[in-house]
Design a binder for this molecule. Structure first.
Ligand SMILES: [Zn+2]
Ligand SMILES: [Zn+2]
Length: 181
């Protein structure tokens, strides 16, 4: 079954799926204009798809998504739009058995994701965590960014600042003059 999801909060109700057999599946596509990653960064134009598979203790989410995040360019400090691709498989655990309401044992993994009391899976939280891992370490506004002039701080992408480049033109110029004499 394939469903288009129009909700904007990236929460998926898996109540029906939890009543099905292990191995039962649901596929969804989703999109979200802005998913905050932390206090400053926002993942925008997020689009993706997810498949939920019923497991013994919950559902396995298999997600593929892409978005754009704005980070300062490491050379010129201007905003650099970076594409981020997210792929993950992670289990969301039920705290209670859906048919009997009996509590389930705690999962053994560290920091597991849980399905909430209303049988909602918050995919946004998982996408946020995995997106942070995928952020580029050295974002560039463009591959050939010329950066800032170390002397006057001008953005060299906007043209020459006119600064004389120290080492080569300083002491070496004196030496050159001496040789020419
Ligand atoms: Zn740059
Ligand atoms: Zn300069």
């Amino acid at each position: 079954m394939h469903l288009d999801k129009q909700m904007t909060d990236l929460k998926f109700n898996v109540a029906q799926l939890l009543r099905e057999e292990v191995g039962a599946r649901r596929n969804y596509t989703f999109s979200e204009n802005a998913l905050p990653l932390d206090d400053e960064m926002i993942l925008r134009q997020l689009e993706g798809k997810v498949r939920f598979t019923r497991t013994v203790t919950g559902v396995l989410a298999d997600a593929d998504a892409q978005g754009v995040v704005e980070l300062p360019c490491i050379r010129c400090l201007n905003p650099a739009h970076q594409r981020v691709s997210i792929h993950f498989q992670d289990e969301f655990h039920s705290r209670i058995e859906v048919n009997t309401g009996m509590p389930l044992p705690k999962p053994s993994e560290d920091d597991p994701f849980f399905i909430d009391e209303s049988h909602l899976v918050d995919l946004g939280e998982a996408l946020r965590e995995y997106a942070l891992i995928e952020l580029p370490m050295q974002p560039l506004c463009r591959p050939d960014c010329k950066g800032l002039c170390p002397n006057c701080g001008a953005d060299r992408n906007l043209g020459e600042c006119g600064c004389v480049n120290d080492e080569t033109d300083g002491r070496f110029a004196v030496l050159k003059n001496l040789l020419n004499e």
